[in-house]
Design a protein around this ligand. Structure first.
Ligand SMILES: Nc1ncnc2c1ncn2[C@@H]1O[C@H](COP(=O)(O)OP(=O)(O)O)[C@@H](O)[C@H]1O
Ligand SMILES: [Mg+2]
Length: 338
């Protein structure tokens, strides 16, 4: 397949994998070049938005020492083999068949016209302030006149609408959106709004995990209509939250600066196997400073949040934590979404 102005490069021979990627690209109106010709690959390597390489071709590419770039994905079924090529190629790995839902998302992520940024918030341990930070990041973006959506994918987190004092607000929540597939239109008028933020909350009755198809469809729909989509992935223990973490272009891990908090966060990083940015949550008596936490976890600490009693008190009163938080907390949120 020839295409001079391709947006997607597919380094694969004719196969089911090639078909799958080409149809995912076609579904998003993206033009694709499928080739195994090394000259063609070298020419397209820096010009396209997203690159997919299948298992068979990965080995050939490594010997070409192509320049490092973002949005390169290795696609196939053999996890161990793909992991071997992942580092030399600087590529993320999509394992089939589970990763099919991810294909659409990475095409969207790589495409410059795709829409807003998707940030997933992940708790290094329980009760560390992940949901509060997720909500405050979305609110911070809205304050800066950005359009923001907050998506709760933690079925056992109590529902993020409750944290926002919006439990009685009319509008659709996950059970209503759980049947979505494929291209979903503009959801803004159907979702509850808090201070301008569109909220997709979990239900408190019969909490259930989210299936990959609807999750991907809803996140993509929100991306198209918002500058920022913040996902509260909780501890990332469910299938839905793991998928949401993979869909995100950025992952923030909230880590308590205690010995056990750091140990638990390390386990979370190992469980997900993807790079994260650490937000260090200080608690009274916690010894871990940013440098130590960064060294121990091998991931960058991008911000520190202090213990803010006003945040906890506001939450207990059912008030929006954002309205009571100290200025340092708000400044950190603004910095993280800037
Ligand atoms: N920076 C903070 N300082 C003090 N208390 C906080 C802070 N962030 C959150 N909290 C409080 O900690 C508790 C757990 O917060 P939550 O955001 O639900 O954590 P998680 O989602 O990690 O379980 C809540 O009572 C919340 O009000
Ligand atoms: Mg939570």
């Amino acid at each position: 397949m020839r295409n001079e102005n391709a947006q997607v490069l597919v380094v694969a021979e004719s196969s089911d994998v090639q078909d799958l990627i080409l149809s995912a690209a076609a579904a998003q109106d993206l033009s694709a070049l499928a080739t195994t010709d090394l000259d063609e690959i070298c020419k397209a390597w820096s010009a396209v938005e997203t690159i997919f390489v299948d298992e068979k071709q990965a080995e050939h590419l490594i010997s070409r020492a192509l320049p490092r770039r973002e949005h390169v994905y290795l696609v196939g079924c053999d996890q161990k083999r793909l992991a071997t090529w992942s580092t030399p190629l600087g590529a993320k790995v999509i394992i089939l068949p589970d990763g099919i839902a991810w294909l659409g998302a990475v095409l969207d992520e790589g495409s410059t016209s795709a829409g807003g940024q998707v940030v997933a918030l992940l708790g290094g341990s329980g009760g560390v302030g992940t949901s509060t930070l997720a909500a405050c990041l979305a609110l911070a973006a809205a304050k800066k006149k950005k359009t923001a959506a907050l998506v709760d994918v933690d079925p056992l987190g109590g529902g993020i609408d409750l944290l926002l004092g919006a439990e009685a607000a009319a509008g659709w929540r996950w059970p209503r959106l759980g049947g979505a597939e494929g291209h979903v239109g503009d959801l803004r008028e159907y979702l509850p709004k808090v201070e301008g933020v569109s909220v997709v909350s979990m239900a408190r009755e019969n909490p259930a995990d989210l299936a990959k198809g609807p999750l991907t469809a809803i996140i993509q729909a929100l991306r198209r209509t918002h500058d920022l989509v913040v996902i509260d992935a909780g501890r990332g223990l469910t299938g839905g939250s793991r998928e949401a973490i993979r869909l995100a272009g950025r992952r923030l891990l909230v880590v308590a600066g205690t010995v056990r908090g750091i140990a638990a966060a390390d386990q979370v990083i190992q469980a997900h196997g993807c790079p994260v940015e650490v937000v260090l949550r200080r608690t009274p008596g916690a010894a871990g400073d940013a440098g130590t936490v960064q060294d121990l976890l091998g991931q960058p600490v991008v911000a520190t949040i202090g213990d803010d009693k006003a945040v906890a008190l506001a939450a207990d009163r059912g008030d929006l934590p954002w309205l009571s938080a100290r200025r340092t907390y708000l400044r950190t949120c603004a910095k993280l979404v800037a």
